[in-house]
Design a protein around this ligand. Structure first.
Ligand code: M6R
Length: 360
């Protein structure tokens, strides 16, 4: 069933262009978003709740809902949401994101939100799951079965469905017109092809993974919607390679983590050449001034402008700014995978972890 791949994780990373295209075919038809049961008119807040990787997808979606749709969005980790007595409004929607649809904390959070919000939505991979059945509306991510404990294709498909929800909200609320919506959907349609390009970085990543595998600590940095990607890159790496890794918003560096930097600490900077690029680069230079080993992941222009002096660089194709988190997930996954292979860990079944966490 691994279709010639050594691990399910490798197969699932490689499948992303195909499953993403499937999801887009399902949700975008004739240049329109096919979400007939979704209308954000009158909705004044969205609360996004999930665990682990799914919570990082929610974190990216918060940027999209606020920047593109002008709709206030909160993100909560399910285990916190269910106990912190969140103030929910009857004019808000709550969105629960879960690959398995069975995560105990996310299910309990859905039950907790219950009637306190206008509507509950589930963004799930398993359409027959508890979360899918109990939410008012279930939106499948269409990633196909994900076996590897490290979530990969489910993450990018979750992001794709959440991007479409944010675009729908933006259009319903009159924040973007039909032409702008069309441009954004056209950009989404290019993602499967761009992901194929990103997958070709595998050889370069395998080359540098040997050195990463020697590290005790690794930092991931990103700004804006790339901040949750830094968190995701760190989670992926620690769960399968057992190397201590942290994701930080690059602006937070000088508020503490910069104390960790020396020539043994690889710092992975995820920075597409967007409006925040210069800010992130100046944080990256602070790392380099302290002899941190920087791996810059950007596009050709970003690397030309800022790659000098980096330990390594990886160039992704140019992508519409709002979609960079989906594309940049691919090198983050490949880095974790190849570093784990270099360490010889059990990639598909990492120690202490279960694919679906059905206990609190
Ligand atoms: O099935 P779910 O999406 O609800 O699972 C949530 C987390 O347990 C999951 O994303 C976990 O963090 C992954 N192992 C990350 O790769």
């Amino acid at each position: 069933e691994k279709a010639g791949y050594k691990h399910f994780m490798a197969k699932e990373i490689a499948e992303q262009p195909v499953v993403l295209a499937d999801a887009l075919r399902h949700y975008v038809q004739n240049g329109r978003i096919n979400l007939p049961d979704v209308d954000f008119t009158g909705v004044d807040r969205v609360t996004l709740v999930a665990c682990g990787t799914a919570s990082y997808a929610c974190h990216v979606a918060k940027y999209w809902f606020e920047q593109i749709a002008g709709l206030p969005a909160d993100v909560d980790i399910a285990s916190e949401f269910r106990y912190r007595e969140p103030v929910l409004s009857p004019t808000s929607w709550a969105v629960f994101v879960s690959q398995s649809g069975e995560t105990a904390d996310t299910l309990a959070a859905l039950r907790h939100a219950g009637d306190a919000v206008a509507r509950t939505l589930a963004v799930v991979n398993v359409p027959t799951s508890s979360i899918a059945r109990e939410a008012d509306l279930a939106l499948p991510i269409l990633a196909g079965i994900e076996v590897g404990v490290a979530s990969t294709k489910a993450f990018t498909c979750q992001l794709t469905v959440l991007a479409l929800l944010a675009l729908k909200a933006a259009h319903d609320r009159g924040r973007i017109d039909a032409a702008e919506l069309g441009r954004r959907l056209d950009a989404l349609a290019t993602l499967p092809g761009l992901m194929n390009h990103a997958l070709r970085l595998a050889d370069d990543i395998r080359d540098l993974a040997g050195e990463l595998a020697e590290a005790q600590d690794i930092l991931f940095l990103g700004r804006g919607p790339m901040f949750p990607l830094a968190l995701e890159g760190a989670l992926k790496l620690k769960e399968i390679s057992y190397i201590h890794a942290e994701g930080y918003a690059s602006g937070e560096l000088k508020h503490g983590p910069i104390a960790l930097i020396d020539n043994r600490v690889p710092v992975i900077v995820m920075a597409p050449r967007d409006a925040l690029f210069d800010k992130t680069v100046s944080n990256m230079q602070e790392v380099m001034a302290r002899h941190g080993k920087v791996l810059l992941i950007s596009d050709a222009r970003g690397i030309e402008e800022a790659g000098a002096g980096c330990w390594r660089t990886l160039a992704l194709p140019q992508v519409a700014d709002f979609l960079a988190p989906i594309l940049y997930a691919v090198p983050a996954q490949l880095l974790a995978y190849h570093t784990a292979i270099a360490k010889g860990t059990d990639v598909d079944q990492p120690r202490n972890l279960a694919k679906s966490v059905t206990v609190e």
